[in-house]
Design a protein around this ligand. Structure first.
Ligand SMILES: Cc1cc2nc3c(=O)[nH]c(=O)nc-3n(C[C@H](O)[C@H](O)[C@H](O)COP(=O)(O)OP(=O)(O)OC[C@H]3O[C@@H](n4cnc5c(N)ncnc54)[C@H](O)[C@@H]3O)c2cc1C
Length: 96
């Protein structure tokens, strides 16, 4: 195929990073999942360690990039967490 035009964009050292420009990136992290409060924000059920009525979903749960297309895993983690959230909602509010 002979495209009319094409361009290559490379970040140079010191350039400000921006996610607004189109690029096939897998942004992850920010509310990571882990084994305990010392290494994570949420537990294995995506439940916040500080606010037990807050459940966090998405690629923000990843401690690092997984090196594969990431979209399936947040969906699976959300499905896994749904059961925990359902159990949580069964607990009478005043005793949560
Ligand atoms: C160009 C591109 C191509 C990709 N191709 C693939 C691929 O082929 N396969 C794959 O597995 N992954 C792919 N990815 C990565 C995949 O899209 C992401 O990993 C996935 O969407 C992350 O899901 P998420 O729920 O964490 O975030 P998102 O899907 O980004 O969802 C976050 C949502 O929150 C909304 N939002 C943001 N701020 C606020 C706010 N303040 N209030 C309310 N709503 C807000 C946003 O509008 C958005 O709808 C691609 C990503 C890009 C950018």
């Amino acid at each position: 195929m002979k495209p009319k035009s094409h361009s290559i964009f490379c970040m140079k050292p010191g350039m400000d990073y921006g996610a607004r420009i189109y690029q096939s990136i897998h942004m992850t992290g920010g509310a990571i999942m882990g084994s305990g409060p010392s290494n994570s924000v949420v537990n294995r059920h995506s439940q916040s360690r500080d606010l037990h009525n807050l459940f966090v979903y998405g690629a923000s749960l990843f401690p690092q990039n997984i090196g594969y297309n990431p979209a399936g895993l947040p969906a699976a983690l959300t499905h896994f967490s749904a059961e925990k959230m359902r159990d949580y909602l069964k607990i009478p509010p005043c005793t949560r």
